[in-house]
Design a protein around this ligand. Structure first.
Ligand code: ATP
Ligand code: MG
Length: 443
């Protein structure tokens, strides 16, 4: 049953129900018609019994022209009769006994004919007697016979037509499903632009098709992103690896002083430091993509965290002659993963030092139940047309990479904000760039 196509199952169920309903309807109809015919016959018999009763006294029953009529004595013997009724009593003595008290209707077979008989008490020659009038049932049988023939032929025919139409409708309704299934078979990782054919209209199947296509579109975007990520990542890994190799090859070639070798090794160490940093960054991004960026929230004092982050950049900022101004932000607290949150803020401070100018301000404030952690600088800000893409991976305003970044800093800050149920934002203020992370104060 479970392997049967749906359209067969639907048609089968429909036909079964239809057959039962048709049988019930046919049975009820034939019962109703039979009852109607009987009551018409009974009305006719009653009228004729009234007429016949008038002549019973004169014993001139034969002259009434009744086909079946008899006057029976109370002992059941025939008093008088029409020729059609014959000499045998039309009803049994027991029925005569029954008819003493009122009208009785019975059916009997007489020769080759079925009769419906009405027996009624009358007085004949001042003695009680039973008048019996009868009517042949041949006509009723004929009428019922043709009705049954009609039902027996028409019923199955109606059933057949209804099933055929039901099957056609079910097939037509399910055809788009089969088409979508065939197309879905063709969707592969290599052909993510494939879409399912959606039938017109807004029925369940059209809606299913549209929803599946939306899902395919989302998968396509995710797939392209994934592919771009992998190719960008390998691209980014190539540059430091190439530098590292060149440095090591140069160190191996020819004669070098001890200082030159130390320089080469130090530079190689820096390059591998960059590589391991990049690998860490890629891991954060990959994990956040799969929704598995671990967050171990703690209650943190925002001002203390800003001071800690600024402390990490103290030496570098002094060397570059850039002041760091962490705002103590008393009383602002948030629940967040301190290591992750500091990593995100460090990326913002690194940007402010790298891409901005002047003092770097770190501040925290509570806005509508959310905590905002701002890093502002006094530089020229983001190029306006770059701003909407700033948080995408591997994007940087200066595509020539003359300034050395990989374009992952803001993407990581954003991923960390999202892992905390928040978001990251950037705008250009009159004074310079303002980049901030907004998270709910309670995780
Ligand atoms: N404070 C800022 N002022 C001006 N431009 C900025 C600022 N912060 C970021 N940007 C621009 O946004 C780009 C993306 O920043 P992001 O931190 O994602 O990458 P990056 O700093 O270039 O590289 P890295 O992965 O090493 O951080 C930067 O290249 C820079 O052009
Ligand atoms: Mg950066």
């Amino acid at each position: 049953m479970s392997r049967m196509p749906l359209r067969f199952k639907l048609t089968l169920a429909f036909t079964g129900v239809m057959a039962v309903l048709l049988a019930i309807a046919g049975f009820a109809l034939s019962l109703l018609v039979a009852q109607n015919l009987d009551s018409t016959i009974d009305d006719g018999l009653a009228a004729r019994a009234r007429d016949a009763a008038a002549v019973v006294d004169g014993q001139a029953l034969a002259s009434t022209g009744e086909p079946y009529a008899q006057v029976l004595n109370m002992d059941g013997s025939v008093g008088s009769t029409t020729t059609g009724a014959g000499e045998r009593p039309l009803i049994t003595p027991a029925e005569v006994e029954q008819a003493r008290t009122g009208d009785v209707i019975v059916e009997h077979r007489r020769g080759s004919e079925d009769l419906r008989l009405l027996a009624r008490p009358v007085r004949s020659d001042f003695r009680p007697a039973i008048l019996v009038v009868g009517e042949s049932l041949a006509q009723r049988e004929r009428a019922l016979g043709s009705l049954h023939a009609l039902l027996l032929v028409g019923g199955p025919l109606a059933l057949l037509i209804a099933s055929a139409i039901g099957y056609a409708i079910a097939s037509a309704a399910l055809r788009p499903v089969e088409r979508m299934r065939r197309h879905a078979e063709a969707v592969t990782a290599a052909q993510t632009s494939e879409r399912l054919p959606v039938p017109p209209g807004n029925d369940e199947i059209a809606r299913l098709g549209r929803t599946l296509n939306e899902m395919l579109a989302r998968l396509e975007v995710a797939f392209k992103r994934e592919r771009a990520f992998v190719s960008d990542a390998s691209h980014e890994l190539r540059t430091p690896l190439a530098i590292l190799r060149t440095e090591l090859e140069l160190a191996l070639r020819g004669e070098h002083t001890r200082e030159e070798l130390e320089d080469a090794l130090r530079s190689a160490a820096e390059e591998s430091e960059r590589l391991s940093q990049l690998a860490d960054d890629l891991l954060v991004i990959a994990r956040s993509d799969q929704g598995r960026l671990p967050v171990r929230p703690e209650l943190i004092d925002a001002g203390e965290m800003l001071t800690r982050v600024a402390g990490r950049f103290r030496t570098r900022a002094r060397a570059e002659g850039r002041p760091l101004a962490p705002d103590p932000s008393p009383g602002v607290q948030l629940s967040a993963d301190p290591a992750r949150m500091e990593q995100a803020l460090a990326n913002l401070v690194d940007n402010a030092l790298h891409h901005g100018q002047g003092t770097v301000h770190l501040s925290a404030q509570e806005v509508d139940g959310r905590i905002e952690l701002h890093v502002r600088d006094e530089g020229t800000g983001f190029p306006p047309d770059f701003l909407p893409r700033a948080f995408e991976r591997f994007t940087r305003a200066d595509e020539a990479r003359t300034r050395g970044g990989t374009g992952l800093g803001l993407a990581i800050a954003s991923a960390i904000a999202i892992a905390h149920g928040g978001s990251a934002h950037a705008v250009n203020r009159k004074t310079g760039a303002d980049v901030w992370i907004s998270v709910p104060s309670h995780l």
